[in-house]
Design a protein around this ligand. Structure first.
Ligand SMILES: [Zn+2]
Length: 679
């Protein structure tokens, strides 16, 4: 993170660069003539503690070159500074020679020397420098916001290759300083020890704009080609050893950076109130957001701490599932999310993007637990491990392994898969989506990825059918429920699979092979033979079909492939439950605690046309209800279907049905209603 101070305990005074004091040699002698003498602080505005830190943080090599560096400055003079803090005067080479004029306490120009009087300031000829010194004397200079420490980060592309994801943030090291187009930027940088740093000015506002400027040690004067916020681009393959680089930005307006775990909600309010631009930088430990000021004022006026904490938590859950914690692969780099002004939500090479109109959901910490799906989904796209966890037709599916888990952790009583009210084939009902999976996948035996569901639709001319992404997610979510939530084996089931996926040699592997590899990895991670589950859910079935995705492709799995995997998995024991394919969030408890079905035949059942309402006051611990016509099963119904609180199940009972059976977690059937056929 940019501002080191944000990650350390609060220090006295402003304490800029303070936390680096120990690692920075204190070469103070000879930097400024007269330094260390005459500590007669006439400027009562600067506390002694600050003076101490300021005089102890100086780099000698920089200043020795100070005058020379000034002479080498390229683009000089003529620019117009923003009026608010820069004093409205252009920055000129001449003027900056005041660096050598005994006015500033150090080469970063962040404070006045103790013996500088108001008279002395008045005599400074250059308007920019005089303005700077005056504001310091008048205590109108936000030194804390302008003293910065840039930290090295792993190059974004290297990280993406290492984790086999899309790209994390390109906007690390936010300065929190806003520049106008055409403004002169004055930036003083310490010794980068051979590393290359750039100032990036990016406008996340409606007009857009992006420019980048290489930085050099010492004074940099840069003409901003566009307006926007500043970021110090410091990505290096040497990120583990490269030095932190100090710098100061003496022009531009302070927008500020809100840092999770450090900044307070009082800072948040001030930041929103005083922002000179449309967006603010919000930085957590796992994610960096650039969100719009106006909407935050409206939907998150006083909960900045809660907002970034929730985002950090969501990203943390994704990275946990990816195995990055378990396998110690967690990067220092953050993910990146920003506001967009057109569209809705998406993910791209920059990160996750959320339209300003969605901020009432994604920018409101009170509502995020109920609407975290979209957030987890878009960041989840970035975190999709490719190609091993993103084969054809799973482009909108495997990222939802994260979303479903986040949904469960933040709002388990309102699950997208299990609790949405939608027509899954028997009319609008809570749980319709899950029942579409149970009936088309498990009962009818359609192949996974092409099972029918509410969202199934034509893909358009010459394109394959688009199938229901949520129906596709169901069996992947069931595995998470079974292993992690119900605790039926390796709780690190997905972390282990993702780790294998990250490390897998996928060169030349086709989509069918990737799906087979996933199932093999799942058996290995579980150390259980999951092939019955995979066969039943339609994953381990021969298929040779063109499938829809952003890029369509042919999915081919042969009979021989299936047999090979079944033979391979035979070395593992069968899972404790033979009906993992029936687990849902409504029944996870029954699996976890091995609860037997309880109920009294023909009681607690209300007839309602072609439906039967089964009361859970009478019927307990069923995982699904099966409806039969004699020997033929005609419906599978998730427990809790069409009930807000899982107090009953609405079971479809089509014309000619003869009975309902309750199924327990271990696959046992209990007759609920109707008659079993004679044997
Ligand atoms: Zn998506």
């Amino acid at each position: 993170m940019f501002c080191e101070r944000h990650y350390t305990a609060p220090v006295k005074g402003d304490g800029q660069f303070f936390s680096l004091g120990l690692s920075v040699p204190c070469h103070t002698k000879g930097l400024f003539p007269g330094h260390g003498r005459g500590r007669a602080f006439f400027l009562e505005t600067i506390p002694e503690t600050e003076q101490y830190y300021l005089t102890n943080m100086i780099f000698s090599p920089l200043l020795k070159k100070g005058v020379l560096l000034l002479a080498l400055c390229g683009v000089l003079g003529g620019g117009v500074l923003s009026a608010q803090e820069a004093g409205g005067a252009p920055i000129t080479e001449e003027g900056l020679k005041a660096l050598d004029s005994n006015v500033f306490a150090n080469e970063y120009m962040l404070a006045l020397k103790p013996n500088v009087t108001r008279d002395r300031i008045a005599r400074i000829k250059d308007p920019f420098v005089r303005g700077l010194a005056t504001r310091m004397a008048e205590k109108k200079f936000d030194r804390k916001a302008r003293a910065l420490t840039a930290e090295p980060y792993e190059p974004v592309k290297d990280l993406a290759e290492r984790l086999r994801t899309s790209q994390y943030s390109k906007f690390e090291n936010p300065t929190g300083i806003f520049f106008e187009e055409g403004e002169d930027v004055l930036l003083v940088m310490g010794d980068p020890k051979g590393e290359k740093l750039n100032l990036v000015i990016h406008n996340f506002g409606r007009d857009g704009g992006h420019s980048s400027y290489p930085l050099k040690e010492g004074v940099n004067i840069i003409r901003a080609k566009n307006k926007g916020l500043g970021y110090i681009e410091y990505f290096t393959p040497n990120y583990k050893k490269a030095p932190k680089v100090h710098l100061s930005i003496l022009s531009g307006k302070v927008n500020g950076v809100f840092v999770g775990g450090v900044s307070k909600n009082s800072d948040w309010k001030k930041m929103l109130e005083n922002s000179p631009t449309e967006v603010v930088d919000i930085v957590g430990s796992r994610v960096h957001l650039v969100y719009p000021v106006e909407e935050l004022k409206q939907f998150c006026p006083d909960k900045g701490e809660e907002l970034i904490a929730l985002y950090d938590r969501i990203i943390g859950m994704e990275q946990q599932i990816m195995g990055l914690y378990k396998y110690r692969m967690l990067p220092k780099n953050r993910m990146f999310g920003r506001v967009i002004w057109n569209g809705f939500m998406h993910a791209d090479g920059t990160g996750a993007a959320f339209h300003n109109g969605t901020m009432k959901e994604v920018g409101n910490p009170d509502r995020i637990p109920g609407s975290a799906w979209g957030i987890a989904h878009e960041f989840g796209h970035v975190n999709q491990v490719r190609p091993a966890m993103k084969w054809v037709s799973t482009g909108e599916v495997t990222n939802n392994i994260y979303s479903a888990y986040v949904n469960y952790m933040l709002n388990p009583s309102s699950m997208r898969l299990e609790h949405e009210r939608i027509n899954g084939g028997d009319g609008n009902m809570i749980g319709g989506r899950f029942n579409a999976y149970l009936n088309n996948g498990i009962l009818k035996g359609e192949n996974w990825l092409v099972q029918s569901g509410p969202d199934k639709r034509s893909g358009g001319d010459n394109r394959p059918m688009v199938h229901d992404h949520f129906v596709k997610l169901a069996p992947l979510w069931q595995l998470e429920l079974y292993f992690k939530v119900a605790g039926k084996g390796n709780p690190d089931f997905y972390p282990d699979i993702f780790y294998k996926a990250i490390k897998m040699d996928t060169r030349g592997k086709k989509d069918g092979e990737l799906q087979l590899a996933f199932m093999k990895n799942a058996c290995d991670a579980a150390r259980q033979d999951l092939t019955d589950f995979f066969r039943k859910t339609g994953m381990l079935k021969p298929i040779d079909q063109e499938l829809d995705d952003y890029t369509c492709a042919r999915m081919t799995i042969t009979e021989a492939d299936c047999k090979n995997l079944i033979a391979y998995a035979r070395k593992y024991k069968k899972p404790e439950s033979p009906v993992i394919y029936y687990i849902s969030v409504n029944s996870a408890e029954a699996y976890k605690n091995r609860l037997p079905v309880r109920g009294v035949y023909n009681q607690g059942v209300t007839e309602q046309g072609n439906r039967r309402i089964v009361s859970h006051d009478v019927w307990k611990n069923a995982v699904v209800f099966e409806t039969y016509k004699d020997r033929e099963m005609v419906r599978i119904t998730m427990v809790g279907t069409d009930s807000r609180d899982n107090s009953s199940t609405t079971v479809p009972y089509p014309e000619g049905s003869t009975r309902i059976e309750a199924v327990s977690w271990d696959g046992r059937r209990t007759l609920v209603y109707g008659k079993r056929p004679a044997k």
